[in-house]
Design a protein. Structure first.
Length: 390
């Protein structure tokens, strides 16, 4: 018997104020119109614009057919999911598709794809006609447990001096519903699947036991794509983020903890020639955060080793590739960290573990007027740990 998990998120969705939630069900994609109707999202006699990752066109076509059969007038725009295309130009292409489809304020945008597609489509939904309803249909593990939950949307911007700044323009825009169908993971490349496990591990470091211990017992099966294991992991990991978002929808407090590994990770993710997936960069970033915390004396080396072992057992990298592990790479990571969106008044709000289940926000001073200039605060130790040859 198929198990349906509905995880409430105690935050009103935009623009109509109805409660949002995460619906986890194998086969949900082939009855998408029914799943939406069960949550009060009517598609009959409604214009719907699908924003689709080109790599999942067949899944999106199935969803489109179901919505059309339910009476929706459906159109679609297909995008190449890459960090370079996570841009205002892609958002504008969605706006233009919305205009061509005569999508009014009563219309609906449905994002079908991974985190990049969800972020871009979400930002377009937040800004088109000053806001239209959004449904997220994540097709990657990373998006199911993290990116499609919580209403963060955004695009990258070019940084002064070169490089991409991650998610520097965006908006909070809660989806009306997020529909996670683990069947979509069956055709996901193993590397993409493992990248999603990085966010599961991050959630487990934040939540602590028993989730962290459970991941330790099943991580190899998850990395191999075992369906029963993924059916356990998706709702368990997603529930951690849903709970935090319910308490802090606009990142005024606890939600910042979800950035564990991301400050280091975002700074290295788009380094030239490195070719990291987002989850891979987060995995390396968590190692850097742990080693930074050890250097500051707030985390025991045994706990840092425990986190690093779990990351490695998931088939994820724990340091930069050898050809990127240079002094110049370390300096560039530090420079980019100085542009992080959590920098305010010459201080970076860094997320550091103090133990498994004890993650905190730590302000780290930047030299006035100098992006990437840190004192003896453990940041260099974190960078050294991930850039040193192993």
């Amino acid at each position: 018997m198929n198990t349906v998990r509905r995880i409430p998120i105690d935050v009103p969705s935009d623009p109509h104020g109805a409660a949002t939630a995460l619906h986890v069900e194998r086969g949900a994609m082939v009855r998408l119109e029914e799943v939406l109707a069960e949550s009060g999202v009517v598609v009959a006699d409604r214009r719907v614009l699908l924003v689709v990752d080109r790599n999942v066109g067949s899944l999106a076509a199935r969803a489109a057919a179901r919505l059309a059969a339910a009476g929706a007038e459906v159109s679609a725009v297909h995008l190449e999911a890459s960090e370079v295309n996570k841009s205002l130009a892609s958002v504008e292409s969605i706006w233009q598709a919305g205009l061509a489809h005569r999508l009014g304020r009563g219309g609906l945008i449905v994002a079908v794809g991974g985190g990049i597609i969800g972020d871009v489509a979400g930002f377009a939904a937040a800004t088109f006609l000053r806001g239209v309803e959004l449904v997220q249909v994540p097709t990657t593990l990373l998006a199911m447990v993290d990116a499609a939950i919580g209403g963060k949307t955004g695009v990258n911007l070019d940084l002064p001096g070169g490089g991409l700044g991650k998610n520097l323009a965006g908006a909070f825009w809660q989806p009306r519903l997020t529909v996670a169908d683990p069947d979509a993971l069956d055709t996901l490349p193993r590397r993409e699947l493992r990248a999603g496990l990085a966010e599961c591990i991050k959630h487990a470091v934040i939540a602590g036991e028993p989730l962290f211990g459970e991941l330790e017992s099943i991580i190899e099966q998850a990395a191999a794509g075992d369906a029963r294991t993924l059916d356990r992991i998706v709702p368990a990991a997603a529930a951690v983020k849903a709970g935090i978002v319910s308490r802090d929808p606009h990142e005024q407090g606890d939600r910042a903890l979800l950035n564990l590994g991301h400050t280091f990770g975002h700074a290295m993710e788009t380094l030239p020639g490195v070719g990291l997936l987002h989850g891979e960069a987060v995995a390396i970033g968590m190692v850097a955060a742990c080693r930074c915390a050890v250097a500051r004396g707030v985390l025991g080396a045994s706990d840092a080793d425990r986190v690093e072992r779990l990351i490695a057992r998931a088939g994820l990298p724990v340091c930069l590739p050898t050809d990127a592990g240079s002094t110049d790479a370390g300096a560039e990571i530090l420079r980019r960290m100085g542009f992080d969106k959590k920098v305010d008044r010459h201080a970076l709000r860094l997320i550091l573990p103090h133990g498994v289940g004890d993650v905190r926000v730590v302000p780290v001073a930047l030299a006035a007027g100098s992006a990437g200039a840190f004192g003896e605060d453990g940041v260099q130790a974190g960078i050294a740990a991930i850039t040193a040859a192993r």
